[in-house]
Ligand binder design. Structure first.
Ligand SMILES: *Cc1c(COP(=O)(O)O)cnc(C)c1O
Length: 427
């Protein structure tokens, strides 16, 4: 379309970059149609849960102070529990981020002398301090919870032999991270997670399995809670917040586990009874309602990025053809300069803070310098179009989000433009 090309040109996208993008896009029709089907299913799943729980204007009322008898808050938790097919859920603005939600789930259900096992290798960077893999005040290690890890096999599959050896009398909980995080290993499908859970529970039926579901919600029609996870945990400024939730986290799972999480979040004896919603209910409900289509747009952006960068010689995880189980796309750019150029493009395409220049810097919870590009309505929200990554080999940027497919597309085209401008790519 002539008009669009002209508009993009005024925004800095060259005809060559645009044409290269359109060529890649032409081959993606079937995959996009499959994503739309999953989104349609998940949209119906969310609406049905909202109808079943008779969501009404009364649910959106603000509460303050202790937040006793907060109907809207309690009903939102029933909606989440129905979508995740769990007995209970804790969905709160008092859960400050994904790391916090995971910390609550771990520390509420592990006691001194218990052991935590990760059968999928090193957990996400911020979890390392929570567990005490990197010493930190108030880590689980300080409270006498030990940790074991079994790495993935070189081909990215589960090392069942060593997992069996690692499950012992002290093993109380197994933690499975669905998404790759800042690693270039594959993300696991819900089916794979289910197989791993069955394997572990066959060896020790009373194990508690927690799945870090960050970035995975609504990418498939099933969630880890459908395949045996006792707790499924995530952040509301990622997928399930739909871009509207300004803060929050969730834990969906068994009544027993979730009750303990509520006591850990507030206080023993108080549990889920306290926690005012501070007027955030409309955004939490509406964000959850929008989440399936937002996730679909983000996923299209991820696939588009892989199909743009892989033919240019950059390794992409997942690769351009692979099936997807989260919304993250890793692109190995091979150098710090590449990471900076890519992130500059994402930033320049943002509706907010487009004039800012992303630059590598130290971040709490992370060992390496990190570069982050985001021009988001909700600060730090990574369901909005964002790219980030630690400055370390293989110099991969982790690209995710986009509240709309069209914004994701523009951002990726702009990233490629900056790579071209920096002389790092020849089209
Ligand atoms: C984002 C993320 C987390 C939690 O991060 P927060 O920034 O604290 O929300 C945990 N695990 C994975 C795999 C993640 O992607």
């Amino acid at each position: 379309m002539e008009e669009l090309l002209e508009l993009y040109q005024t925004m800095g996208i060259s005809p060559a970059v645009y044409a290269y993008g359109e060529k890649a896009l032409a081959g993606l029709k079937e995959r996009f149609a499959a994503i739309d089907q999953v989104a349609e299913y998940n949209q119906a799943k969310v609406i049905r849960a909202m109808q079943k729980n008779r969501v009404s204007a009364a649910c959106f009322a603000a509460s303050t102070g202790y937040g006793y008898d907060d109907f809207g808050r309690d009903n939102l938790e029933r909606v989440y529990a129905d979508v995740f097919h769990t007995e209970a859920a804790l969905v709160r603005p008092q859960i400050t981020c994904g790391t916090h939600a995971l910390t609550i789930a771990l520390s509420a259900n592990l006691l001194p002398g218990d052991e935590l096992l990760s059968p999928v290798g090193l957990p996400y960077d911020t979890l390392q301090e929570v567990i005490g893999i990197r010493p930190s005040p108030c880590s689980l290690a300080e409270y006498g919870v030990s940790y074991r890890q079994v790495d993935l096999l070189p081909d990215g599959t589960f090392d069942y032999e060593n997992i069996a050896k690692a499950i012992g009398s002290k093993t109380k909980m197994v933690t499975i991270q669905r998404s790759k995080g800042y690693a270039t290993r594959p993300t696991f499908s819900v089916k794979q997670i289910g197989e791993l859970i069955s394997f572990c529970k066959n060896l020790k039926p009373d194990l508690i399995v927690m799945v870090d579901n960050c970035y995975g919600e609504f990418v498939e029609t099933m969630e880890p809670s459908d395949v045996g996870a006792d707790m499924t945990v995530g952040s509301l400024i990622k997928n399930p917040g739909g871009g509207l939730a300004p803060i929050g986290g969730y834990i969906a799972g068994t009544q027993e586990c979730v009750d303990r999480c509520a006591y850990r979040l507030s206080a023993p004896g108080l549990g889920r009874e306290v926690g005012a919603n501070l007027g955030l209910m409309t955004s939490l409900y509406q964000g959850f309602f929008l989440a399936p289509t937002v996730v679909a747009g983000a996923e299209k952006g991820a696939i588009f990025a892989a199909n743009l960068y892989q033919p240019l010689g950059f390794r992409c995880v997942p690769d351009a053809q692979e099936s997807r189980h989260d919304i993250i796309q890793a692109v190995e750019l091979g150098s710090e300069e590449g990471m900076i150029a890519f992130c500059k493009g994402i930033q320049a395409a943002a509706p907010v803070d487009s004039f800012a220049t992303p630059w590598p810097s130290e971040m709490p919870g992370y060992l390496d310098r990190v570069i982050m590009a985001a021009g988001a309505f909700v600060q730090g929200s990574s369901i909005e179009l964002s790219a980030d990554g630690p400055i370390r080999p293989p110099y991969a940027v982790y690209f995710q989000g986009g509240l709309t497919w069209y914004h994701a597309k523009l951002g990726i085209l702009m990233s490629l433009q900056k790579m071209v401008d920096a002389g790092l790519v020849n089209l």
